[in-house]
Design a protein around this ligand. Structure first.
Ligand code: FES
Ligand SMILES: [Fe+2]
Length: 405
């Protein structure tokens, strides 16, 4: 369990909150690059409780700024994208990609230029990498960018999707960190031999439902080995990397297989963007995501608590474990069902929750340091180019540590 105070500390991400300060010290994924069309529709976005508008100029550059026009607060999501900037439809003020106010038609011509120079910019630093538009929401100058190993690989080796869930970012992260659920919640995938995202060894996660954990603490978070006894002395290993504050690799096969990095970014205190980045460093990706799903928000079709995520009770009578159609749908349903900010004072944790407890401890330490104005423990300059997850069977007596990158 968590105390009410600690739960609040981890869950609140607005400006001037400790966790909000931690999150504003790293580059945040905002949207897939394809979501912003050159010269096209400006997109209304929300991140860490801040309302933003993002657009792409005709030359491909991206601008991200506060949603509200600094004049009289009309939404710039309604603005005209004139190819070289956004023009507010209310009184015609125009903002270029770097946030400069370039035209103020409501001012007399002889004063307009000087006046424009005094208008607050409210522009956010932005960059594109790995098929994602990233934004910096900190007050400080933009900091180091994580050196992920998938940022420069060809398009056919990477696929990205994001879904917006009606729950705190921590619900999403903790679902990812919860290895014990794989052999239970995802029973359908384990039992269905036609399930396309099934790995050769996924079914072994149901062989021992009480995994044993070993950790190596890392400057970026931790490396976690979840080990399941297979009865003959061999062990099923799920090796994960957790990167503060909200990144988790998910094991989906041996080391040269596809990799899956998940990210759980707060939209605000009660909503979060759940990212799946699937890639293969050595060749074309083996699996693709869901045909027909909206890659910029795959979650709405999954339902909500009012319709219980379209859970199919008939299917359950006929052998389906969850009555839900796929792994991601199952993860979103359980995470949202906990409550937008769950009352974690009411939890009763078991030994399978060790990874979650470790992550909370690290996050609380970072948040408490931020609250005191001290440097916290997230350092994006740490080398993360070798990180990956691994899923495989260890021979009797083998040590998972020899598998390290
Ligand atoms: S509110 Fe945007 S120009 Fe007036
Ligand atoms: Fe899951």
């Amino acid at each position: 369990m968590l105390s009410h105070e600690d739960n609040e500390l981890l869950s609140r991400v607005g400006k001037d909150t400790p966790m909000g300060t931690v999150m504003r010290s790293i580059w945040l994924p905002l949207c897939r690059k394809q979501y912003l069309e050159a010269g096209g529709t400006p997109r209304r976005m929300r991140l860490l409780g801040e309302d933003l508008v993002a657009f792409r100029a005709a030359d491909g550059r991206v601008g991200v700024r506060d949603e509200k026009c600094p004049h009289r607060l009309c939404s710039l999501a309604l603005a005209r994208n004139e190819g070289d900037g956004l023009r507010c439809i209310y009184h015609g003020w125009k903002f270029d990609v770097s946030g400069e106010v370039v035209e103020v038609p409501t001012e007399p011509a002889d004063r307009a230029k000087d006046f424009a120079a005094t208008v607050p910019k409210r522009h956010k630093p932005v960059r594109e990498a790995g098929g994602i538009v990233w934004v910096w929401l900190g007050e400080e100058e933009a900091g180091t960018f994580y050196n992920w190993n998938w940022l420069d690989i060809p398009d056919e080796q990477i696929e990205i999707r994001v879904g917006h869930a009606a729950c705190s970012w921590l619900n999403g992260l903790e679902t990812a960190l919860d290895t014990a659920h794989v052999g239970v919640l995802h029973t359908n995938a384990i039992e269905d031999d036609t399930y396309i995202h099934k790995t050769d060894t996924l079914a072994l996660s149901a062989e021992d439902k009480a995994p044993h954990f070993e950790f190596e603490m890392q400057p970026y978070g931790y490396r976690e080995a979840a080990l399941r006894n297979l009865g003959d002395g061999s062990k099923y290993l799920r090796l994960r990397e957790y990167v503060m504050p909200f990144f988790s690799y998910i094991p989906v096969g041996p080391r040269d297989n596809d990799q899956l990095l998940t990210i759980y970014v707060p939209i605000d205190d009660y909503h979060s963007a759940h990212w799946d980045i699937r890639y293969n460093l050595v060749g074309p990706k083996k699996l693709t995501w869901f045909d027909g799903f909206d890659l910029d928000d795959y979650a709405p079709v999954m339902g909500n608590m009012d319709n219980l995520f379209h859970q199919d009770r008939e299917a359950m009578k006929n052998g389906s474990w969850s009555g839900l159609p796929n792994i991601r749908h199952e993860d979103i349903a359980v995470g949202v069902s906990q409550g937008a900010i769950p009352d974690r004072t009411q939890e009763f944790l078991s030994s399978s929750d060790l990874s979650i407890v470790r992550a909370r401890r690290m996050l609380l330490k970072a948040a408490k340091a931020a609250a005191k104005g001290e440097p916290h423990s997230i350092d994006p300059s740490i080398d993360m180019s070798e990180l990956r997850a691994i899923e495989e069977v260890l021979e009797p007596g083998a040590d998972w540590r020899v598998l390290q990158p």
